[in-house]
Design a protein around this ligand. Structure first.
Ligand SMILES: [Zn+2]
Ligand SMILES: [Zn+2]
Length: 91
């Protein structure tokens, strides 16, 4: 009888190849740790994309902290997104 586990990232059940496996696929593994890494960078006030310093003027709301504010990137990464995704990447 096979042991089933639930992927920590997407929640799908899967049959692990070894007892340490926590994700159904390498994609889920990468996504999970990628998100963790970005969160850590954000906490440190660094660009979540490249980990570099935030040289972009960060807008801070008038006194109040808004929950769920958008992740912003450094100017380099913003330029990179712009050129990669074109005009549709606005926002
Ligand atoms: Zn998964
Ligand atoms: Zn960056």
């Amino acid at each position: 009888m096979e042991e089933m586990r639930y992927c920590l990232e997407c929640g799908l059940s899967f049959a692990p190849n070894n007892h340490r496996q926590k994700f159904c696929s390498p994609q889920c593994h990468a996504r999970f740790y990628g998100r963790k890494r970005r969160l850590k960078r954000k906490e440190q006030g660094l660009c979540p994309q490249c980990g570099g310093p935030m040289d972009w003027p960060v807008r801070i709301g008038s006194g109040k902290r808004t929950k769920g504010s958008k992740i912003s990137y450094c100017s380099k990464c913003r330029e990179m997104f712009k050129t990669r995704y074109g005009k549709n990447a606005e926002g």
